[in-house]
Every structure is written in C-alpha cells, then in structure tokens.
Design a protein. Sequence first.
Length: 228
Amino acid sequence: MKSIRMRRGAASLAAVSALCLTAAACGGSDEQKSEKAPKSDAKPLTLTQMKAGLVAPADLPAGFKAMEEGEAAGEHKADKKECQPIAAFMNQKVSDATVGGDIDLQSNDAMISQQVITFPGNGAQEFLKEAATALEECKAFSVKQDGEHVDVKVEKISGPKAGEESHAFRLKLKLETLSVEMETNLLVARQGTGVTRIAHVPNNATGHKDFDELAGRAANKFARAAQG
C-alpha cells in the first residue's frame, strides 16, 4: 500500500506518502486474520468513485501543493504478531484490496498523504475490524527499513469522525542511527466497500492541532464520493 511510503535515509521517517493510509489502521497479514464474517455480495467502489475521493490542493488551506512521487519502501514485517496490521500501513499494498488512487501534498508546515482502496464483499469491514483490534493490543514494535532497524510506538488519539467508521492513531518512528522521533498522525475511514487512509506529518509538534481539520477534509471528500 502507499499509506506510509517511508523514503530512504533520515527522510524515511519524516516523509509519508499517500495514504492511507492510509492509511493509515491496518491491512491484515497472512499471519494474523480475524474470524471472517459471512461473505457479502457488496460491490467494490468504481475507479471513478475512488479518484473522486482523493483530496486536492483546492480542498485544503492555501499553500498545499502536490509532491512528486517518492520511492516506495518494501514490505515491512513487525516483530510482534499483534502489531502486523499497524506495520502494514508502512507498505505500498494491502492484501485483497484494489488501489484506486493516491496523492501526496505538502505545505511549509505539514504533509498530507491519502490513498483510497476498495475491497470485494465484506473485506472493508474486516480491514477496519483488524485495525481496531491492533490498536487495542499493539503499543510498540520494530521493523526493518532499507536494512536499518526502526522502532515504532503506537498511540490511539482522538480524530475526525468520517464515513461509517473510522480510527485515528499516531506513529512515533525512530531510526537506530537517529536520536529524534518523527511523529505521523493517521486516520483510516470506511464508507461501504471503500477505505481511505490519510497520513498527516507536521513539521513539529505544534502542528498536531491541525490534524482534525486536514484529515477531516480529506476523509469527508472520500465518504461523499464513495456514496456515489
């Protein structure tokens, strides 16, 4: 998935790419699957719906501009089974999902990344269910990024309510070669068979106050588009 595409080097902590994301809660891994609900015949979102659900510079406060595409990182494996759905937010792809679009926007103060995906049947509900479980059970884990050890702390936070269900959390990432933590706010929201994952990276801690407004604008645009 493209939820957090950690770039190489020190920038791999600060630069979050699209989504969510988005992303943002969690794409389950093969190692951790919740008990599946009965199959649903709900149809996935169309490509048109997913593209329409992406935030644009005009949807955000003045100063945001589209960024060039960065290099996606490889698959991340958490060192704790219960944390793998969170680690999946750092991957480009989500198992069983179709990516409909993603975007990275940056201003002088922050970065916003969004991805919109869709699932067949009840996959979106299962995706959010795994997210909720992981956010209750996982507080910290480690992954490898470009061969380097990265420590990740997970914190549930309040966030904008969007779609039929949503979750907000913060990842605090630290490379073993750096003494500073980088903090990323994430929102994952579901509308029907679609999910958006939104990452917000402020330049400093004072920028966390803008998360609700920025992520809320993006998530609400997604929810409207997903409703058709």
